[in-house]
Write a protein that binds this ligand. Sequence first.
Ligand code: RIB
Ligand code: NA
Length: 336
Amino acid sequence: MDITVVGSCMTDLVSYVPRLPVPGETLHGHKFNIGFGGKGANQCIAASRLGSKTAMVAKVGCDTFGQNYLNNFKQNGIISDYVTTTSDAMTGAAPIFVDDKGQNSIVIVAGANLKLSVHDINAAKDIIIGSKVLITQLEIKRDVTLEAMKIAKQAKVILLQKLSLEMNIRDDEILLDKDHIGLLVTTIFNPAPAVEYLQPEFYTLSDYFCPNETETEILTGIKAIDRESIQAACNALLDKGCKNVILTMGDQGAAFCSQNNRTVENVTVEKVKVVDTTGAGDSFIGSLAFYLSNMPHLSLSEIVKRCCRIASVSVTAEGTQTSFPKQENLEKELFD
Ligand code: RIB
Ligand code: NA
């Protein structure tokens, strides 16, 4: 398995409107669509469209939305053995407004997503440990997300101990050994939607901590708008113990830094015709997982550039998963 995603499934109920309504207002919309969404599933689909072998761990309701979602996973070639159902809540739903500028506002009603339990995660332990990359977000219960991240990192410890015994070398020597690095589970954590406080382990268990500007501001109290403030926000996140920070900034591109090289590098993105930005962040995260698992020889700088490019393609089409490009529809250079 290349990638396992532990996270949410939502049915997106998307209304295209001239502008976002204000309280008490009734507004005519142009169009309505029902689509497959939820940050977890979106990231999973985004990675699989690029060619990764992916699995999903999630919970849907015993309703038609849930049934349709299971079919959606099958149709997209996602391993969905660990997508279970509950009769205690409805499948997650997300009413979304998209205005004429392509900007959105989203309400999520997590429903069945909140019924995914620590027990469910433990049942999926083998698939998590057997993956190169684990992706998590915050649309399911926090302790459930954390459990998945802990399992991924325990796998690392157990594996390192086993290898060091077998090879009679130290743990830290193995970490430097390129042939074995691929065996370890890399964790990508997307702290979305935004929260004010995260337990320290969310940082220490993250190889890649990937917020957007809003999430960064809420977590650090710093508005990342220029080189200085971006560096300050990234420093604050690195200080909490994550290995790498990748900050996504919409049409401003992305910025990244790591414990080894704290100086932030900025990646800009070419202007495109924006139709619908919903899910652009998920397209970025799914692409990141694809590159880390399938093309790990690339530098982080190159990976972030390519992820920005793919996410920018996703904003030129309507919807979330409907807008995620397949490898064959993207420039060849993105996969060299
Ligand atoms: O990131 C976009 C997603 O956020 C939507 O698909 C919606 O379901 C919410 O989870
Ligand atoms: Na889109």
